[in-house]
Write a protein that binds this ligand. Structure first.
Ligand SMILES: CN1c2c(nc(N)[nH]c2=O)NC[C@@H]1CNc1ccc(C(=O)N[C@@H](CCC(=O)N[C@@H](CCC(=O)N[C@@H](CCC(=O)O)C(=O)O)C(=O)O)C(=O)O)cc1
Ligand SMILES: N[C@@H](CCS)C(=O)O
Ligand SMILES: [Zn+2]
Length: 760
């Protein structure tokens, strides 16, 4: 019998319940036992919900309390050595110390999960990293599921993917650990088999990447070892085609393979003719990375094709875990009725899978009404006048070929900027946001509920802006910011003010740990009807003589962190965003804001997974950034900011953005990135982050000094800025003030030292 299975479910809860429990626990307000009890209740609710929606095999083990990669490390006993914690006896306190750090440990590094906006904790490898099977928690969850009558399919991060995602901390090659790691996986699988588990999903998304030969070759021996355990393995691949590894995958002793047929539908034809007999094909035909209702007719064509060859060996699934999808459209009671019919979140996606199963098993006639409804929705989206705007298309068509170029090259611009900015050596700034306090969020919530008037909300936000400016003046920050108090989120805020965007009330998606984002949805042509930030920035400028830095989210990040229409190329949508943002840049300049930061933290995350596609992407992404930042006077200083990713492999593309200044996260990786910037001789100004903003820990002066000294060894002082790694919205004011005060003290001391050396 063909079945429906799911690769993973959003774990935060329809009302972000897990987020609130976690944060209460961290504040000491919720006891550990309560957190554990609540989390168990939530995952059980999700299992039953999935079963109720027609999922025959329900994923178990995906409901991490903080991060599934951290859970995978606990499962194989490979916690970073520096924490001196034992995986077998790890309690909640230890688990969260790994994730969030404490007074004596900096948190595990965090980076993007492939090309998503989800952040995982980076494993730390050493030649002597030891592993052991530590399956107790997973086994317990399998038992919980069984007790509820749910058919559990445990989900594991695959061993090769786990190794790949980690970083060597001692220069050794992570792949050398594979034999030891495979032993631990065998132990885990044996424990699951002993529980009567028949299928285990083992995720190897790295198969969507171009892998070096030694990594490709490592698959066969590892999977041969795992195949010794009497449990069926479903090798799950997603986020792209794995056809380049078809021979390797065909030869693996696994009982099933999952393919992402939404990102890479063409791979079905590549795989199907030589599909090994008796192997299950899990067809990922419902997009887990987007919010659009599936075109059921088209998906059925794929499934019918596969079923003809495979019969009941065909399984039906979402393209990837639904972790990246909001939970339930039914909660969106305020959404425009027509637009709502275009959308499907996790719960709706599971229902689509159930229908597809009926359609493919019983024939199309069994779901004739649903197919007709689906066809109608597809046509209504395609033909809707709400999607297309003539003025946007005309503006794009008329764009001058050099519209993405500044008037002069950086060296001349730098002189003109220095002439009016008159900044000291090692100028200091911050990345934009200051603490989003409970009061700010409460004011916004009251405003949204209609309990606070426009005028009162504006006054409340201006009060916060004034506070941020005052604090920065007291600290002596050279280029202050207004603090972004008025923004719910750096992407959603802009999306709400542009045409072609819709936004939800409850469409939360986990970003990391307890932090969530509510990506706005681009359904049509994008434009900016009126200024979005000018009033706030101009107000902030009126409070200080220092040059106020305006703050925008760049076109690539707006694209990457939104759910994007699937009826136009991403490059086109990005260009529309770039022009809308350029309108804002020019309005800011006219209003006297002559330092403008255009954040692009998602530039690297948007990089295609296969290197053959990189140049194409970097060309249009770079052009979009430059389009958004051009047309300003040479003396207007354009900043950009990047964080949360490894940037070494795209340094030339970062330089090609031609921003006058880039501020970039570096401290968690101990300024490793800077060496690359130094080697590459990044031509413009750089502010490498001198402290990590993810932890409440206040960085000591010595730590900041060490990092800054490291930076000075590779970047000439005249091109070096001093700033934190990222925005400070997740922190509290006392920590922010103390951390920035240390940053300022170190900077002043270094300035004196540099001046003394210059005069000596
Ligand atoms: C820089 N980062 C961002 C990424 N992606 C984005 N889209 N935005 C980013 O900033 N990706 C990479 C990183 C990830 N980092 C973060 C950091 C912090 C958060 C975060 O703090 N998220 C908040 C939600 C923020 C938000 O949208 N707030 C709104 C709504 C607040 C709210 O919950 N309102 C309640 C009502 C409350 C009441 O009092 O009644 C409601 O709407 O139900 C706002 O401020 O108005 C979080 O809480 O998780 C995310 C990613
Ligand atoms: N300006 C934003 C950038 C985050 S990546 C902030 O400061 O929060
Ligand atoms: Zn950032």
């Amino acid at each position: 019998m063909s079945i429906v299975h799911n690769l993973g479910f959003p774990r935060i809860g329809a009302k972000r319940e897990l987020k609130f429990w976690l944060e209460s626990y961290w504040k000491g307000e919720l006891p550990a036992e309560e957190l554990l009890k609540n989390a168990r209740g939530l995952r059980e609710k999700h299992w039953l919900l999935q079963r109720g929606a027609g999922v025959d095999r329900v994923p178990v083990g995906d409901a991490a309390l903080y991060d599934h990669v951290l859970d995978a490390l606990v499962l194989v006993g490979a916690l970073p050595k520096r924490f001196k914690l034992d995986a077998a006896s790890l309690d909640l306190k230890g688990y969260f110390t790994l994730a969030r750090g404490d007074a004596t440990h900096h948190a595990m590094e965090m980076t993007k999960w492939f090309d998503t906006n989800y952040h995982y904790l980076v494993p730390e490898w050493r030649a002597d990293t030891a592993f052991f099977a530590n399956p107790a928690r997973l086994v317990e969850q399998v038992r919980e599921a069984k007790a509820l009558g749910v058919t559990a399919k445990p989900v594991l991060v695959g061993p090769l993917t786990l190794l790949w995602l980690g970083k060597s901390k001692d220069g050794s090659q992570p792949l050398e650990l594979i034999a030891k790691l495979a032993e631990a996986y065998v132990g885990v699988l044996e424990a699951l088999a002993a529980e009567g588990v028949d299928w285990v999903q083992i995720d190897e998304p790295i198969l969507a990447l171009d892998l070096p030969a030694e990594w490709r070759e490592a698959f066969a021996p590892v999977y041969a070892k795992l195949a010794e355990v009497r449990v069926k393995l479903l090798l799950a691949t997603y986020f792209g085609s794995v056809a380049q590894h078809a021979a390797l995958i065909a030869a693996l002793p696994v009982a099933g393979v999952h393919l992402d047929l939404t990102r890479a539908p063409e791979q079905l034809d590549a795989f199907l003719p030589a599909w090994p007999e008796n192997r299950v094909l899990s067809a990922g035909v419902v997009n887990g990375r987007n919010v659009w209702r599936t075109g059921l007719s088209a998906a059925l064509v794929q499934l019918e094709n596969a079923r003809q060859k495979l019969g009941d060996k065909l399984w039906i699934a979402p393209s990837c875990s639904l972790l990246h999808s909001p939970i339930d459209v039914a909660q969106e009671t305020e959404l425009d009725v027509e637009l709502k019919t275009w959308l499907a979140f996790a719960v709706q996606k599971l229902n689509e899978l159930k229908l597809l199963k009926r359609g493919v098993v019983n024939g199309r006639g069994d779901i004739a009404n649903e197919l007709a409804a689906s066809d109608f929705v597809q046509a209504s989206r395609r033909n809707s006048p709400r999607v297309h705007r003539l003025e946007v298309a005309t503006r794009l068509a008329k764009l001058a070929p050099n519209a993405d170029r500044r008037d002069s090259a950086y060296p001349l611009r730098a002189k003109k900027q220095a002439a009016w900015l008159k900044l000291p050596l090692l100028p200091t700034t911050t990345i934009g946001s200051f603490p989003q306090t409970a009061e700010i969020r409460a004011a916004r919530a009251a405003f949204k509920r209609g309990e606070l008037s426009d005028a009162d909300y504006k006054t409340a936000m201006q009060k916060e802006i004034a506070l941020a400016v005052r604090e920065q003046e007291a600290l002596g920050i050279d280029v202050p910011v207004h603090g972004e108090a008025e923004r719910n989120d750096m992407v959603e805020y802009f999306g709400e003010q542009m045409t072609g965007y819709l936004f939800t009330r409850h469409g939360w998606v986990q970003s990391y740990g307890s932090r969530c984002v509510k990506p706005p949805v681009i359904y049509g042509d994008v434009a900016r009807p009126k200024a979005m930030t000018v009033e706030w920035s101009a107000y902030a400028q009126s409070l200080t003589d220092k040059p106020m830095k305006g703050m925008l989210t760049g076109p690539v990040t707006m694209l990457q962190w939104s759910f994007v229409r699937d009826d136009a190329p991403r490059s086109l949508v990005c260009k529309q965003l770039a022009l809308a943002l350029n309108d804002e840049v020019l309005d800011l300049e006219t209003a006297g804001i002559r330092v403008i930061q255009i954040d692009e933290p998602a530039l690297r995350e948007g990089l295609p997974l296969k290197s053959a596609d990189w140049d194409g992407y970097l060309a249009w992404a770079g052009e979009a950034f430059r389009l958004s930042s051009s047309g300003v006077d040479d003396a207007t200083q354009i900043h950009t900011h990047m964080c949360y990713s490894e940037f070494n492999d795209i340094l030339p593309a970062i330089a090609a953005l031609d921003a006058d200044v880039i501020t970039i996260e570096t401290s968690r990786s101990d300024m490793e990135l800077l060496t690359a910037f130094g080697d590459f001789e990044y031509p413009n100004e750089i502010g490498p982050g001198v402290y990590d903003i993810h932890s409440p820990r206040i960085p000591a002066e010595e730590e900041i000094e060490r990092l800054l000294t490291k930076a000075l060894a590779v970047i000439p002082a005249r091109r070096l800025w001093v700033n934190p790694d990222c925005g400070l919205k997740t922190r509290g004011w006392p920590e922010v003030k103390a951390a920035l005060a240390n940053m300022m003290t170190v900077t002043r001391n270094l300035r004196e030292k540099l001046a003394a050396t210059a005069t000596a």
